[in-house]
Design a protein around this ligand. Structure first.
Ligand code: MG
Length: 265
């Protein structure tokens, strides 16, 4: 009986030693570290979207807000807006438009939104300088998370998933429908907010349709996650959020906006 007991004990000790050795062997294993992502790793330049000349519009014949819209800017003031850093929006209102104040940073709506149709007009100044991403860069962020790029892509190429009308670093536009500097560009954006599961992942991802100057750029495009300059989009649970306008750090001349309204869906 004693012999059986000590045999069992020996067997247990051997098993423990085996697992201990195995574990320490696993602990000693090394794996290569992942290379850090660089911005260019998520940028691609071809194929360039075809250039489509949009229909003409007279300078002052813009589409005013329909009866059920919330007017976010009617040419007078920025009372619907605030600085993304907190406090009043410090961009410059003049002549019925407002112009980016790069020192003041991004601005955003005081109201928060989910699903909507947004109308927004923007103009690249005639004295614009710079190239690629450093030429009239701004952007409209839906729910403060997902950027539709604003950029001067009139005779200015850049990586296609970062050009005007792209879901930035995700989905290039179907066409390049830019008007030249000094003329107003119009975005009509139809956005559906995501629905989240309990675990914070998308049950239904956000989607966006973008029309620039009457030309379709994004056709009910699925947004993969947050806008990231470096690396892949992330899925982050969020509630209703503001519309954010970007003050980009490039040194080119600031762009202007006018006639902004939204219809909640
Ligand atoms: Mg931008």
């Amino acid at each position: 009986m004693k012999k059986i007991f000590s045999l069992t004990r020996l067997l247990l000790i051997a098993l423990c030693a085996f697992f201990a050795l195995n574990m320490s062997a696993q602990e000693q294993k090394t794996y290569p570290t992942q290379a850090p992502m660089q911005p260019a790793m998520s940028e691609y330049w071809i194929p360039q979207p075809k250039i489509v000349t949009p229909g003409t519009a007279t300078q002052n014949a813009f589409l005013s807000a329909p009866s059920d819209a919330i007017v976010l800017f009617d040419g007078k003031d920025l009372l619907e807006w605030e600085s993304s850093k907190g406090g009043p929006a410090q961009w410059t209102v003049h002549d019925g438009v407002f112009t980016v104040n790069k020192k003041a940073g991004d601005i955003q709506t005081k109201r928060k939104f989910e699903n909507y149709q947004l109308h927004i007009e923007w103009m690249i100044p005639t004295n614009i300088s710079g190239k690629s991403q450093g030429r009239g860069n701004s952007g409209v962020f839906m729910q403060g998370m997902y950027e539709i790029q604003i950029l001067d892509n009139y005779e200015n190429e850049t990586y296609v998933n970062g050009q005007a009308g792209s879901v930035y670093k995700q989905s290039p536009p179907l066409a390049n429908a830019m008007r030249k500097p000094g003329e107003w560009n119009v975005y009509d954006i139809i956005y559906s907010a995501p629905v989240f599961k309990e675990d914070g992942t998308y049950r239904i991802p956000p989607t966006v349709t973008v029309i620039q100057n009457g030309v379709l750029l994004q056709n009910h495009t699925t947004i993969l996650g947050t806008t990231e300059y470096i690396g892949f989009p992330k899925v982050k649970k969020h509630d209703a959020g503001p519309i954010v306008l970007q003050s980009h750090g490039d040194p080119s001349e600031p762009i202007s906006f006018r006639n902004i309204w939204i219809r909640e869906l």
